[in-house]
Design a protein around this ligand. Structure first.
Ligand code: AMP
Length: 282
């Protein structure tokens, strides 16, 4: 495994890889790697000839400066994990490489960014769109791998690829969960033991809601029950619990088992903001 710090170093490797027709897979991350990230790596290794993992904590996608400051940084540990997975290259660019000067670029994802994460984290998807575009331009992968855990991000990136004609196949990898159901997230390490227990309210509410919907309850009742669940959880503030079309992110007011739908949730446990989602109809 080789760690690459500059676009120049990558360009040499890219040329030789292309020369022998190697298919390149990119797994963009912000480090603090967990088993969810490693599932993306495994998917890339399976589908491509050469896997590049990027590690860059992207300042432009944080709308909360405290969240950016508190974001865990564990590069040495991350590199060990990636080496064990048999990753070929890790791209660790400096902030100056990615942002030679402060960017004022504005991407507009229309309706997709007016709801849920977009509405609750102003500027977040603009920052995501900018960094993902830069990584696609720098690495020029054939395929790129993203987690279903960030479902709205997947929809935004597919839109970005279509709007800008990036020649990249976007692959989605299922959410990896801890044994008790909590979705792996780099932010989980910031939960104290009591909040870690409380955090199960996200996955439990998603599962109960799915059961209730299939038992014939109306979405509005299901949503109300979930809200009560969150209100009854100590130290917890629910931001949203919505039924959506997972491609367009249209917020649905009723459940129809004939249509594709997912439930998305965001909540703060203490000062740690967590998101999760569950597919209801694929
Ligand atoms: P991040 O480092 O948080 O930017 O995440 C990098 C990639 O890993 C994104 O595509 C995430 O959706 C994905 N990811 C994060 N958590 C999980 C998880 N629990 N299961 C699967 N993929 C995940």
């Amino acid at each position: 495994m080789e760690v690459i710090y500059t676009p120049k170093a990558w360009n040499q490797i890219w040329k030789s890889a292309l020369h022998v027709n190697k298919k390149i897979g990119l797994v963009p991350t912000m480090g603090a790697l967990h088993l969810g990230h490693l599932d993306l790596v495994k998917a890339s290794k399976k589908a491509t000839d050469l896997t590049v993992v990027s590690i860059f904590v992207n300042p432009t996608q944080f709308n909360d400066p405290n969240d950016f400051q508190a974001y865990p940084k564990t590069l040495d540990d991350d590199l060990l994990k990636l080496k064990e997975e048999g990753v070929n290259y890790v791209f660790v660019p400096s902030t100056d490489t990615i942002y030679p000067e402060p960017t004022s670029m504005q991407l507009d994802f229309g309706a997709l960014e007016k709801v849920l994460e977009g509405a609750n984290r102003p500027g977040h998807f603009n920052g995501v769109g900018i960094i993902v575009s830069k990584l696609f331009n720098l690495i020029r992968p054939h395929q790129a791998f993203f987690g279903q855990k960030d479902l709205q991000q997947v929809a935004v990136i597919k839109r970005l690829v279509s709007d800008l004609n990036f020649q990249v196949d976007i692959k989605t990898v299922p959410t990896r969960r801890e044994e008790d159901g909590l979705a792996f997230s780099s932010r989980n390490v910031r939960l104290n033991p009591s909040d870690r227990k409380i955090s199960l309210v996200l996955y439990q509410s998603l599962n109960s809601a799915k059961e209730e919907l299939f038992a014939g309850e109306s979405w509005l009742n299901v949503q109300k029950k979930a809200q009560h669940n969150f209100e009854a959880s100590p130290n917890t503030t629910m931001e949203y619990f919505e039924l959506v079309n997972p491609s367009t992110f249209e917020v649905l007011q009723s459940f129809d088992p004939k249509n594709q739908s997912s439930i998305c949730v965001a909540a703060k446990i203490g000062d740690v903001r967590l998101i999760d989602n569950l597919s209801i109809v694929d």
